[in-house]
Design a protein around this ligand. Structure first.
Ligand SMILES: [Zn+2]
Length: 201
């Protein structure tokens, strides 16, 4: 933690806050996209996309899960999605899964999560739709198939939100599915035919 703290303490000195770019941030935020991804420390949206401060609005949780609309109780996910669309006017949402995901790994392996009731209950939101892939041994520890299907499922969950549906119907909102490899940096994009592919820059 010490290195992190030292860098935080010297951050203001290391960055040119006198520049117009940072001064302008005080006027408001106008992010281009809502980026929904896992809490995993190896997935850094700004690093992957080259985003500058103010360019992406982030929603992160274990397994980049979008709870189905209408789930009872306060939801940080529902609030963040609503705010991004209604207030910030975001027109693109990325759901980005990743390789070697601990959440996907726990689902795939059927680990006993009784010592982690919070994790277990949270992963229950993703479990039913992943069921076809959760039986059998795991051949590839990076689990692309599970993580990619999970992205597809969470995009589907997003479509169920009242705040997304009219925008999607009117062509004012685009949904993007990504799968990021933490060990290679490769980004795979979900195509309209339902397959994830690497696109040339
Ligand atoms: Zn993860």
């Amino acid at each position: 933690m010490k290195a992190l703290l030292d860098r935080a303490r010297s951050f203001k000195r290391r960055v040119d806050f006198e520049s117009g770019e940072y001064r302008k941030l005080a006027e408001g935020q106008y992010p281009e996209a809502l980026f929904i991804t896992c809490s995993d420390s190896r997935v850094i949206p700004a690093l992957i996309t080259g985003a500058r401060p103010g360019e992406i609005f982030e929603l992160r949780n274990a397994g980049n899960i979008v709870p189905p609309h209408g789930r009872q109780g306060a939801s940080g996910e529902a609030a963040t999605i609503e705010y991004a669309l209604e207030v910030l006017g975001v027109q693109d949402i990325v759901v980005c899964g990743h390789s070697h995901c601990g959440a996907m790994g726990a689902l795939k392996s059927g680990d006993d999560l009784s010592a982690l009731p919070g994790v277990d209950a949270w992963l229950d939101l993703a479990r039913p739709e992943l069921a076809p892939l959760l039986d059998g041994a795991c051949e590839d520890p990076s689990m692309p198939a599970v993580a990619q299907l999970n992205v597809v499922n969470q995009l589907e969950a997003l479509r169920s939100y009242p705040v997304t549906k009219p925008r999607l119907d009117a062509g004012r909102l685009r949904l993007h599915g990504w799968y990021y490899e933490v060990d290679t940096g490769q980004v795979h994009e979900l195509d309209e035919d339902g397959h994830f592919r690497v696109h040339a820059a």
